[in-house]
Ligand binder design. Structure first.
Ligand SMILES: CC(C)(COP(=O)(O)OP(=O)(O)OC[C@H]1O[C@@H](n2cnc3c(N)ncnc32)[C@H](O)[C@@H]1OP(=O)(O)O)[C@@H](O)C(=O)NCCC(=O)NCCS
Length: 166
């Protein structure tokens, strides 16, 4: 097996990723949430995992313009056949290190309550869930966070505890 290389996202990656993103998210329509602008304007904090020329994972993140000590992860995806190998963790750790070097002290992201894999993954990576009186199967949710019927689970991780991730 070849070595997986983590490199910055490039505009040319757009078509490769956009063509698989709905499939990687189990058929959920995600592509509209990933316009080309992320592949152009957020490259210094966004990464792809490449194995033998094939993209097997990607992370799109950025430093908040409003809160410069906060980093935000918009998308993280790993090829369905390559899950459980540590690629998601590897991409996140790369991002955490980059974000910390930019002065970020926390990382945040959101996911849909239906995405149980994402919730389990983020918990395992040391993210905490923003508490709420509204819960689905015990998971606190922000009702209508991204619009009507678009509830979200909100995650935060402190980057000054990076060495205690595992
Ligand atoms: C969520 C996702 C990125 C995880 O990627 P991955 O490469 O399989 O994750 P890793 O192998 O790096 O796992 C990291 C840790 O999380 C745990 N984990 C990952 N998926 C898990 C799951 N579904 N249930 C429980 N634990 C899980 C692993 O056991 C591992 O723990 P360890 O490092 O302590 O042994 C991947 O499942 C995916 O792409 N899902 C579809 C897209 C998505 O939902 N993205 C997140 C929202 S933007």
């Amino acid at each position: 097996m070849t070595e997986v290389v983590i490199r910055h996202l490039e505009p040319d990656d757009y078509h490769s990723i956009i063509s698989v993103v709905d499939e990687w998210w189990g058929g959920r329509p995600m592509a509209a949430m990933l316009p080309k602008l992320f592949f152009v304007h957020f490259r210094s904090t966004s990464f792809t995992a490449v194995d033998d020329g094939q993209i097997v994972g990607f992370l799109i993140g950025f430093v908040s313009q409003t809160f410069p000590d906060q980093a935000y992860i918009h998308f993280l995806g790993v090829h369905p056949a390559r899950r459980g190998e540590g690629l998601g963790r590897h991409l996140y750790e790369h991002f955490f290190t980059t974000a910390a070097s930019h002065g970020c002290r926390t990382a945040q992201c959101v996911t849909a309550p239906v995405n149980r894999d994402s919730i389990a993954f983020h918990r395992r990576l040391g993210f905490s869930l923003l508490d709420s009186d509204d819960k689905v199967d015990g998971v606190p949710i922000a009702v209508g966070y991204d619009g009507e019927s678009q509830d979200r689970v909100i995650f935060t991780k402190h980057l000054d505890t990076l060495d205690t991730v595992r």
